[in-house]
Design a protein around this ligand. Structure first.
Ligand code: GDP
Length: 282
């Protein structure tokens, strides 16, 4: 569910995340593989600074595989542990517990040094709305969610889900809001379903998409809308697509709202193929 954020909401969400962080050993941050930077709140780095963190590039089935590789490289260069997953189909999810163990090795070593048999590692799923947090939790829990009761000294409402023998997940994910400072970030969030349709402008969003596709995926655009050439003027291109799709109002003028919606829906329904809306800058 998309959530609309107000300052009060934001402060509360941050507090809730901070509370949850106190209970766990490892953070599993989920981002959208199509927009790995736009789909994270930069505050997450600061919030989770003293916890090992694994980043899941989720919805990889919808992203451009070549660009996803560039992102993996980008994250690895920063020494951030990363896995590419498609949680809807469960791809890549099996590797998560193993990666978590690797990341928590210093903690496990501490247990061993004290001669204690290590307890299960506690992990928190964290991410913006709609990025796939619940889907990942269900996948990791293998759909058979086992509630294992409260921990002493822990808020009663917190429940833990067993993932194999060596890992436990908090049953409610940490939710952070996306960052809207940059308009392009807003467009990317709108296109990927991270924000409610009522709060963005279809025409502006579609024009953003057309500009981006003209630059990054011109052939897909030509193929989908049966165009020989792509006009350099995005308004002309928009008109052309409207005409091709028969989105006309009386007098033969193009119906902008309808055209914008068609472009938007085609993207959302994957009719333009696997597309990433963001590439690493370097
Ligand atoms: P949450 O708000 O972060 O908990 O997100 P959800 O788990 O509810 O997922 C939001 C939407 O994204 C749902 O419609 C999911 O089916 C879909 N989704 C989640 N993961 C994937 C994925 O890896 N691939 C695709 N194609 N869709 C996904």
């Amino acid at each position: 569910m998309a959530i609309q954020w107000y300052p009060g909401h934001m402060a509360k969400a941050k507090r809730e995340v901070q509370e949850k962080l106190k209970l766990i050993d490892v953070v599993i941050e989920i981002v959208d593989a199509r927009i790995p930077v736009s789909s994270r709140n930069p505050m997450v780095d600061e919030l989770t600074a003293n916890k090992p963190r694994l980043i899941l590039l989720n919805k990889s089935d919808l992203a451009d595989p070549a660009v996803t590789k560039e992102w993996v490289h980008y994250f690895e260069k920063r020494n951030w542990a990363t896995l590419v997953v498609d949680s809807q189909r469960g791809k890549g999810i099996k590797q998560v517990p193993e990666k978590v163990r690797e990341l928590a090795k210093p903690l496990l070593d501490k247990f061993h040094a004290k001669g204690i048999h290590p307890r299960a590692l506690r992990a928190l799923i964290l991410g913006i709305p709609n990025v796939g947090k619940s889907t990942v939790i269900n996948r990791l829990a293998n759909k058979k969610i086992t509630k294992i009761g409260d921990k002493p000294g822990v808020t009663k409402s917190q429940q833990w889900i067993k993932v194999g023998k060596e890992m436990e997940l908090l049953d409610t994910p940490g939710i952070l809001w996306p960052k809207f400072e940059d308009q392009d970030v807003g467009f990317r969030l709108a296109l990927t379903g991270a924000i409610k349709e009522e709060i963005f402008d279809f025409q502006e969003t579609s024009v953003f998409l057309l500009r981006y596709l003209t630059k990054e995926y011109p052939d897909r655009l030509k193929e989908r809308f049966n165009l020989k050439d792509l006009s350099e003027d995005v308004a002309d291109l928009f008109d052309e697509i409207g005409k091709r799709r028969g989105c006309l109002v009386s007098g033969g003028l193009v119906d902008y709202d309808k055209t914008a919606e068609i472009i938007f829906r085609d993207f959302r329904q994957g009719k333009l193929g696997h597309i990433s809306l963001e590439r690493p800058k370097e």
